[in-house]
Ligand binder design. Structure first.
Ligand code: FNR
Length: 348
């Protein structure tokens, strides 16, 4: 089967994954308005391309907090990769390294941080943290990640509770018994109830800061007010994200929230985006509106479901090729030439 675009991987994953795994990956909250809006919103943005600008030599490299990556697309944190491929997050780490981009490993990985790190030595890896009721659990995770040379700590802010995902409720979704949340083994006994701490506030950023020298990136910001608070609390990066539409249904598409956050931040910290990126031209639109880099969630899982590490590399390569082509057709030979002048919003 020739894989030409990311939808081909989606169709493959839908056909071949067990229904319960497909439903878990695909799920959005409630009636999935925000999940779907994340994708639709790109269609309302059009390009204002420039012509005759010598795009014979293209440079699509960029930097994430000082580390060079081959193009501005990384892998967002998603849980349970063994549901897609037996080697799970180890394959994800290898693919990200092979494509020279950043992989954000989730707290809810089915491989340990040690396994993920060893699978791709020297690769750019960040660790995504949920703060747990038992702070010792989180503290230990942060310290393990730092000792293992993870280079950034991503604090997910939009999940005090898990959103209501109807298909997961209907399916009674849970991990199959042979898969484990390997980084949290033992923690369930300590906490008894849900591990997530819904009492987390901005003050906890100071607590995190006291634990680690790693840059802190906050994920799940959608408003200028929270962007300002994030900067004031000393984070190094913000990911504009609505968790792929899996949390509060009814929030805007991330591409529609991006400009507000970028304007509030005024270049003081790096701003990234995830949600609904399915084509290279989506990446270009996000960069035009001020994102330094974007991250993909579900498409990475589809790539894994197709052929593990190789499949995910193929997803990344397709996005990379599409992004390079879109840039060239829009008249940009390097990332620094991308800006708001490249896009306009249409009323669709
Ligand atoms: C997620 N996401 C997520 N985010 C996070 O911070 N920690 C996590 O463990 C997970 N787990 C997770 C599982 C699955 C199956 C999905 C689809 C998503 C959210 C993820 O990081 C990202 O915000 C979205 O997936 C981006 O949207 P797209 O690219 O899937 O449209």
């Amino acid at each position: 089967m020739a894989m030409v675009c990311l939808s081909d991987f989606e169709a493959y994953a839908k056909k071949y994954l067990p229904k319960i795994a497909w439903d878990f990956f695909a799920a959005g909250a409630d009636d999935c308005s925000t999940r779907d809006e994340n994708i639709l919103a790109y269609k309302r943005i059009h390009f204002r391309p420039r012509m005759l600008r010598d795009v014979s030599v293209m440079d699509i490299r960029t930097k994430l907090l000082g580390s060079e990556i081959s193009f501005p697309v990384g892998i967002a944190p998603t849980g349970f990769h063994q549901l897609a491929w037996p080697d799970g997050e180890k394959s994800t780490a290898r693919a990200a390294k092979a494509m020279n981009t950043c992989y954000i490993a989730s707290t809810y990985s089915t491989c340990t941080l040690e396994e993920i790190s060893a699978a791709a030595p020297g690769g750019l890896q960040w660790f995504q943290l949920y703060i747990h009721r038992n702070r010792a659990v989180s503290q230990q995770l942060v310290q393990r990640a730092e000792a293992l040379s993870f280079q950034g700590l991503v604090l997910t802010a939009d999940l005090p509770y898990t959103g209501k995902r109807r298909d997961d409720v209907r399916n009674g979704f849970r991990l199959p018994p042979h898969m484990k949340l390997k980084n949290l083994e033992g923690a369930f006994e300590v906490c008894k109830t849900s591990l997530l701490d819904p009492s987390v506030t901005w003050n906890d950023i100071h607590w995190l800061r006291s634990l680690t020298h790693l840059p802190i990136i906050i994920k799940g910001i959608l408003t200028k007010e929270d962007a300002e608070l994030a900067v004031r609390h000393g984070v190094q990066g913000i990911i504009v994200s609505n968790h792929g539409g899996r949390q509060l249904d009814g929030v805007p598409a991330t591409i529609d929230a991006l400009a507000e956050v970028v304007e509030a931040v005024q270049g003081r910290v790096e701003v990234y985006l995830d949600g609904g990126i399915r084509k290279g031209s989506d990446v270009l639109k996000a960069l035009a509106l001020g994102a330094k880099c974007v991250f993909i969630g579900r498409p990475a899982l589809w790539g894994l479901a197709y052929k593990g590490e190789e499949g995910l590399q193929e997803v990344l390569r397709i996005l990379q090729d599409e992004f390079r082509l879109s840039m060239a057709l829009a008249g940009c030979a390097s990332i620094s030439e991308i800006g708001p002048h490249l896009v306009q919003f249409s009323k669709l």
